[in-house]
Design a protein around this ligand. Structure first.
Ligand SMILES: [Cu+2]
Length: 162
């Protein structure tokens, strides 16, 4: 049963990857001081199903998702979720809407370690009748795109971000 599910998800990855983009925050500079993340995000069109990666020196920075514009603007660190701290955090967007991330170390947020992006809702990849997945393709609709992305993230070994 579990194996069957994994195989189904693995087959389902193919159409998903075609339209998904992987973003590395700050590119080779990563998530650190001295990078303008507003500029980095400029012109990028994030959408549900895309993957985003924060690379940083563990113990020097972290990634805290805050709840809104006010917390973001004031660098409020009282976010409802614990910060990500591993130094390499990769996840897939499973919901659309605006997302706000800051570094909660010392005054790093005030010094510009903050990223606000808008994630567009994405259409579920519609399996075509000719893609050869006749037995499983029909299940994608009932499987639910949300669960599908969670499964996709699990297979890729990355997290998900609401
Ligand atoms: Cu920092």
């Amino acid at each position: 049963m579990a194996l069957k599910l994994v195989m189904f998800i693995a087959m389902a990855i193919v159409p998903a990857i075609v339209g998904a983009t992987e973003y590395v925050v700050g590119e080779e500079k990563g998530w650190t001081l001295g990078v303008n993340y507003t500029k980095w995000a400029e012109g990028k069109e994030f959408k549900v199903g895309d993957q985003i990666t924060f690379n940083y020196v563990r113990g020097k920075h972290n990634v805290l998702k805050v709840r809104g514009e006010a917390e973001f603007n004031s660098c409020n660190k009282l976010g409802q979720v614990p910060p990500l701290t591993s130094g390499n955090n990769s996840f897939i967007f499973i919901t659309g809407g605006r997302k706000w991330y800051i570094c909660a170390f010392e005054d790093h947020c005030q010094r510009g370690m903050k990223l606000s992006i808008n994630v567009e809702e994405a259409e579920a990849p519609a399996p075509s009748p000719t893609d050869g997945y006749d037995n499983s393709a029909g299940n994608i609709a009932t499987f639910g795109y949300y669960k599908y992305l969670v499964g996709l993230a699990a297979v890729l070994g990355v997290g998900v971000m609401l």
